[in-house]
Design a protein around this ligand. Sequence first.
Ligand code: NAD
Length: 488
Amino acid sequence: MSEERTNVGGVAVATGHFINNVRVTSPSTFEDRSPLDWSLKLADVARGTAHEADLALRAAVDAFPTWAARGVKKRAKCLHRLADLIDENIERIAIVETLDMAMLEESLRLRVIARGARNFRAYADLARSYRSRRWRSNGTRNRVLRMPAGPTVVITPWNAPFMLSTWKCAPALAAGNTVVLKPAEWSPLSCSLLMDLALEAEFPPGVFNLVQGFGNEVGTALVSDPRVRRISFTGSPETGRSIGIAAAKNLVPFTAELGGKGPFVVYADADLNAAAEKAALMYDDAGQVCLAGTRLIVEESVRDEFLDRFTRATKQHVLGDSRESTTTISPLIHPEHLARVQGFVDRSLEAGDTLIFGGKRRDVEGLWFEPTLIEPRANDAEIVQREIFGPVLTFQTFQNEDEAIALANSTAYGLTAMAFTSNRKKADRFGAEVRAGTIWVNCFLVRDLSAPFGGTGISGIGREGGDYALDFYSDLKTYQVREDTTHG
Ligand code: NAD
């Protein structure tokens, strides 16, 4: 047991696991570097194995009965305290996450970290306000009760690590489950700060735990353990599949929020300026956003006009240091990821797709990749069909509504879809016929935390958000009492 901390931009960040409310080290560590300057080592982080997975799960199993029995009001108090502490620490969390993951610091400060606090508040309030469904039938009074499900494993990806972790941990904890969180090995530090705040918020030992390390080491140990009663995962479809297999072996319900390849459809009757400006935002955070509309699909009659406006809007982007407020495009997370993005573009151009702009990294020193637009030779091109998770969009056109919808539905993904039109009928048809978990018309990233969230196809299994998440983290039980059962 030890309390090793490292200085990250002036913030002391613990590099160990967090189990039973104490920091735990491992015999080996892994290096965590900053995408802003790859020569800068931020930390040597504890490298968890099956041993630490076991310790964390044991803690979560032991703490579960008391936390579950604590009652929703008392649990909600803890969650509210944590939400307040997150708000008080936005600055520190933003500094660390910017250095660790390179997300734009201003957007972390103004929106993303505060959303983490909102996640805890919203689920605390929602869990408290649950009214069980009641009805009478067959001579019985019936109710649907929620039982906390048990120890829960939450596995999160490297993009927006703090917010995405709170999005899953908050409903699990509010529902009465104990949690073991494993953040991604490329951006592990902001979740470590979350554990400091959980301690300060007086979560009892073992209720909220963190293990650090690699997916194929500590990650597999966690998801395959039979003591786990829920698994909640956000990441790539490939990992989603292997976690699904592990969950199936133990018959454990799991949700998977996976990759996206959202269509961004622009009808000729749309406000083209607004559409072009929103489309240019798809390059934000270097395109490392699962919800982004990365396939621009534009009505043929406004092709040149839209392209002109979109190109002008894109030129406003500034590639730079994510700590500067003038920067709009950050570097990619990791040299391996940069090589992956470059690989997609190179293969696309070799295969005969047309480069409209961009196509290469900014310079040899950093991990920046230029905003890139490619017109594919055909819809089955890899660049259209596979998630790239970088600042690379494709450009296609359509002649009529049927074709627009067919193109929108033409990949294996189904996370989000966007349309721009001034015609409500077209909007409603798009909403009805496009297969995606979330559809935005004339807007983007508008989120209501009570709404269901998830993906269709290879974009995911299950839904979180609002009561959908609280139901997932609970075992629902039907309680029936014969009408003539008397009081006392
Ligand atoms: P990834 O699947 O490589 O890793 C995600 C997490 O899973 C990491 O913590 C990793 O260590 C862990 N992991 C890997 N293999 C594992 C295994 N066998 N068992 C247990 N855990 C394992 O994904 P990534 O590269 O970190 O993230 C990018 C992907 O996440 C993209 O596809 C993106 O679209 C997706 N994503 C989806 C959403 C959403 O809400 N749908 C949000 C953000 C990111």
